[in-house]
Design a protein around this ligand. Structure first.
Ligand SMILES: NC(=O)c1ccc[n+]([C@@H]2O[C@H](COP(=O)([O-])OP(=O)(O)OC[C@H]3O[C@@H](n4cnc5c(N)ncnc54)[C@H](O)[C@@H]3O)[C@@H](O)[C@H]2O)c1
Length: 340
């Protein structure tokens, strides 16, 4: 009999670390197998059953996973994030789209083998939105899932298309074949806002100015944010992002009226983030030097998203609002990190 596991791709990233920690604390969780192109950080290794170092584009390697394990759920986190993707769009397309198809296919094969759908949990992003101009952004109510799905970045396009691919593999796979698939996959997706972690410093994202500001202030370094002071996009503290993934994964299928859900916590202007950071770290030197193109991308992302569907269907509610995120999570944990 094959061992039942949970597979996490991109496990050595920011979200992966938080997810491994949270899953390792849960009772009755199947063993975790992680797959990342980089080796898993040493501190995390005792919490997982097996570390596979490999590329999600390597289908032969993925096949060995299928043969070795019964995969109960996949958290497919591996991706090239928005800024990295914009420097190398074709590679981003390969990793973000072909890589996701490879994992969707693996899930389908597993679903057939065990005659039960594999849960496929996919983090999408507010990058799927593309508001036409700042006036529209300022005048908009919180944006719903199906509004303004006209991204201007390769990453946003990749994420939006993968949401559709998830729907295809969950509901319409090979719909013209003589025999219909009887066991498709159970695809569930959250669209994350910018995530702020107290324990890891991000790279490659367009919302990175918020965590970069905090980590720089805590380590006594000056920081020039690449945005205007009035820039507003939604954010979330990392523990809430991890809870969103776990809560959506646990929700009864019949309660889910859609496959893709917005989740959000707070939407401060960059100047508010600066003020909160400066009041916690008295010597903080934070300035604003907007980068024209990165700013242009941020101006197409919504100031607020509507997450009422997630609240209604699976009880989503963030633990941290802006002040609590700073006072109870970010400041104490980041302070500790740079004191050690
Ligand atoms: N961090 C955010 O603010 C944010 C916001 C919205 C959505 N997301 C999504 O959440 C997921 C996790 O994000 P994160 O912040 O942990 O990103 P991250 O960049 O910290 O981690 C991504 C991980 O994927 C791995 N990876 C990249 N290419 C790979 C490949 N070809 N094969 C195997 N592994 C590969 C990287 O080594 C890295 O460990 C991503 O899908 C991202 O798009 C993140």
């Amino acid at each position: 009999m094959r061992k039942k596991i949970i597979l996490i791709t991109g496990a050595n990233g920011e979200v992966g670390h938080g997810l491994i920690n949270a899953l390792a604390e849960q009772a009755n969780t199947p063993d975790i197998v992680v797959l990342d192109i980089r080796v898993l950080d040493k501190a995390m290794r005792a919490k997982v059953h097996e570390v596979k170092v490999g590329d999600i584009l390597d289908t032969a390697m993925l096949e060995t996973l299928t043969n070795e394990y019964e995969i109960d759920a996949i958290f497919h986190l591996a991706a090239l994030l928005s800024t990295h993707a914009e420097f190398n769009p074709e590679q981003a397309h390969r990793v973000n789209v072909q890589g996701t198809i490879n994992l969707l296919r693996l899930s389908l094969e597993q679903s057939r083998m065990r005659e039960k759908p594999v849960k496929f949990i996919y983090p999408s992003s507010i990058a799927v939105y593309g508001l036409p101009d700042l006036n529209t952004k300022a005048a908009s109510k919180p944006i719903k899932e199906r509004e303004y799905n006209t991204p201007i970045t390769m990453y946003g396009m990749n994420k939006l298309y993968c949401e559709h691919l998830g729907r295809y593999y969950a509901r319409h796979y090979r719909q013209l074949a003589a025999t219909r698939e009887t066991h498709m996959i159970d695809f569930r997706c959250v669209r994350f806002p910018g995530l702020i972690s107290a324990t890891t410093v991000p790279t490659g994202g367009t919302s990175d100015f918020a965590p970069e500001m905090l980590h720089a202030a805590a380590s006594g370094k000056p920081y020039a944010a690449f945005v205007r002071e009035d820039t507003r996009i939604p954010f979330m503290a990392m523990p809430d992002a991890v809870q969103a993934l776990l809560k959506l994964a646990d929700a009864p299928r019949e309660k889910l009226s859609q496959l893709v859900y917005n989740v959000t916590s707070f939407s401060p202007a960059a100047a508010e983030l600066r003020d909160l950071t400066a009041s916690a770290f008295s010597g903080a030197k934070i300035t604003f030097e907007p980068h024209l193109q990165r700013q242009n991308i941020l101006d197409t992302w919504p100031a607020e998203v509507d997450d009422t569907a997630a609240e209604a269907d699976w009880g989503w509610s963030p633990q941290y609002d802006l002040l609590h995120a700073f006072e109870d999570y970010l400041i104490p944990t980041i302070r500790q990190r740079y004191q050690d």
